[in-house]
Design a protein around this ligand. Structure first.
Ligand SMILES: Nc1ncnc2c1ncn2[C@@H]1O[C@H](COP(=O)(O)OP(=O)(O)OP(=O)(O)O)[C@@H](O)[C@H]1O
Length: 237
């Protein structure tokens, strides 16, 4: 069974076909980069997958079930969509404790994930004092809380410094090498090129290409391939 299966997915906002018949899968042990220009439909696809956006047609499942039907979702999937969802007045540690309590996870796990993302020294500070990169790290800690088998990440490298980018890459690689599956939406092509096994490129809501990175990038760089593929869909809708 695929870790993530998206099939014939459609979602429109008025006249805009945000997602227009999108089909792809993420297998266990793979890091899949979801690429596409601004407004291509990446966030909408992830939103449907995580039960935040209702699709008009098709299906999006995690380990064979819609998100809403997962018995203990935090044990199955960890998501980082928008680091802005963190309460600014809470400390980083309290933010994670609230999430851990809601998911019925032991509070010791909070200390483990804080350590994992390198945030232990800043855990007592309020989120409003965090830099973007620190909020991203806290968001990743939240995603990892339930020891999920699937990670769904929207622009996780946003705001990370070079050391943070390398740390993230290592984390995602070892997560996948342990059998986990990662779906990673990103604009940072160099980052995707260094970590992804497979790439799905979408433009104007449609899949332009999908497959192993090594098949896509032979003589040219991922940037060249990506810009060629998306040239026809240039400009936001
Ligand atoms: N809530 C909404 N209401 C109206 N239109 C929306 C809404 N959400 C997304 N859209 C539109 O759907 C299309 C796809 O948007 P989406 O956010 O999925 O793209 P994206 O690939 O994530 O873009 P970006 O890289 O800029 O984050 C865009 O044209 C966008 O304007």
């Amino acid at each position: 069974m695929s870790a993530i299966a998206i099939s014939g997915l459609r979602k429109s906002y008025g006249p805009v076909h945000a997602v227009d018949d999108v089909t792809f899968a993420v297998e266990p042990g793979r890091v899949v980069g979801l690429l596409g220009p601004n407004g291509a439909g990446k966030s909408t696809t992830l939103g449907v997958l995580l039960g935040l956006v209702a699709a008009h047609a098709g299906s999006a499942t995690i380990q064979g079930r819609a998100y809403a039907d997962l018995p203990r979702p935090s044990h199955v999937v960890g998501a980082l969509l928008d680091a802005g969802g963190q309460h600014p007045g809470r400390t980083g540690r309290d933010h994670l404790r609230v999430l851990a309590t809601a998911a019925r996870l032991p509070l010791e796990r909070v200390e483990e994930v804080l350590d994992l993302v390198g945030m232990t020294p800043a855990a007592h500070r309020r989120v409003r004092t965090y830099s973007l990169g620190m909020r991203q790290r806290l968001g990743l800690a939240a995603a990892l809380l339930g020891r999920p088998e699937v990670l769904v990440l929207d622009e996780p490298a946003n705001g990370l410094d070079p050391a943070g980018m390398r740390w993230l890459r290592t984390l995602l690689r070892s997560f996948a090498d342990d059998g986990g599956a990662v779906l990673l939406a990103s604009h940072v092509l160099a980052e995707v090129a260094q970590v992804a096994d497979d790439v799905v490129v979408i433009g104007h809501g449609r899949v332009l290409t999908a497959g192993p990175l090594t098949d896509l990038v032979t003589d040219s760089s991922l940037e060249d391939v990506y810009l060629d593929l998306t040239a026809a869909t240039e400009g936001v809708r």
